[in-house]
Design a protein around this ligand. Structure first.
Ligand SMILES: C[S@@+](CC[C@H](N)C(=O)[O-])C[C@H]1O[C@@H](n2cnc3c(N)ncnc32)[C@H](O)[C@@H]1O
Length: 276
């Protein structure tokens, strides 16, 4: 679907990433666009609006971004910075980093489906500041690229080798650079849960750390400075949508909402600032 140059001018990178206008497409093309977007479901991150097609992800990613940007703003903001987003999913935060003034925003994610979503979103974009590489954080260890600001959010607790990830992040920082690290955790101080199987109904969670445990890991990985910047309960940031018919974590809490169905402490989200 080739679009003319009007499209670029109407893009808006705000809480909802808007690309193109409803008037760009006729009814048949809009219907094809909708079918294609649904074929790429589930959409975990959003919202996006493509030529008037609203795509709400399972997560309202604008909420986490506000908190993450506050961390960057405490360090002078993103203006003129080279940004990398490790575990970028479909790239939602790349747009937000450019909106906040970053000169470039590279997203890394190994998942083919998220790469396809990124390609779908950016098909008519024409913004060379934003790019996506289908690769895990391991690519950073080989490439030795440097970034001023690295976002790594929602990734560390999914890793079997979290120290390898933290090392890769630290080594990829330019002098004076920093990492904005966000993780699921629980109010456990320097302890952590290593779930026997699922945690709040989810597989692939290797640890549920207390905040001090994460700070200790950052310190032991060689970060000279690290500070906890935020903590919150994100249970209302996830919902089932037309483009993400997926169970949400809060569906796996007990009746009183104070434990997961497996009997573990309920999750909180934590944000850290870490400097070399
Ligand atoms: C829970 S999602 C978090 C997405 C986004 N960063 C956020 O905070 O909303 C975890 C993401 O990490 C990606 N991921 C999994 N293994 C990875 C790895 N080895 N390196 C980088 N990203 C990875 C997944 O594909 C997924 O998109």
């Amino acid at each position: 679907m080739a679009l003319d140059s009007r499209v670029n001018k109407s893009n808006q990178y705000g809480d909802c990433i808007r690309i193109g206008n409803p008037s760009d497409l006729n009814a048949a093309d809009f219907s094809r666009l909708t079918i294609e977007a649904k074929s790429l479901a589930p959409w975990r991150k959003g919202p996006f609006e493509l030529h008037g097609l609203r795509i709400d992800g399972q997560w309202d990613s604008s909420l986490k971004w506000k908190r993450a940007l506050a961390v960057a703003d405490s360090q002078g903001g993103l203006k003129g910075r080279r940004v990398c987003d490790v575990g970028c999913n479909n790239g939602y935060y790349l747009f937000r980093a450019i909106e906040a003034g970053a000169t470039s925003a590279l997203g890394l994610d190994p998942a083919v489906n998220f790469e396809k979503q990124f390609e779908f979103i950016t098909r008519d974009l024409g913004d060379s500041r934003i790019s996506f590489k289908r690769a895990g954080y391991q690519w950073l260890l080989e490439e030795k690229q440097v970034f001023d600001v690295i976002f790594c959010m929602g990734v560390v607790y999914h890793q079997k080798n979290p120290y390898e990830l933290l090392d890769a992040l630290r080594e990829s920082l330019a002098p004076g650079g920093y990492v904005v690290l966000e993780t699921l955790g629980a109010d456990l101080g320097e302890r952590m849960i290593v779930p026997a199987g699922k945690y709040a109904g989810q597989g692939g969670i290797w640890m549920v750390p207390g905040p001090v445990a994460i700070q200790n890991m950052l310190r032991r990985s060689g970060f000279g400075t690290n500070r906890m910047m935020d903590v919150w309960d994100a249970r209302d940031e996830q919902s089932r949508t037309e483009f993400a018919d997926l169970p949400c974590m809060k569906e796996f809490y007990n009746d009183t909402g104070d434990k997961t169905i497996e009997g573990y402490e309920v999750p909180l989200r934590y944000l850290f600032l870490a400097k070399r």
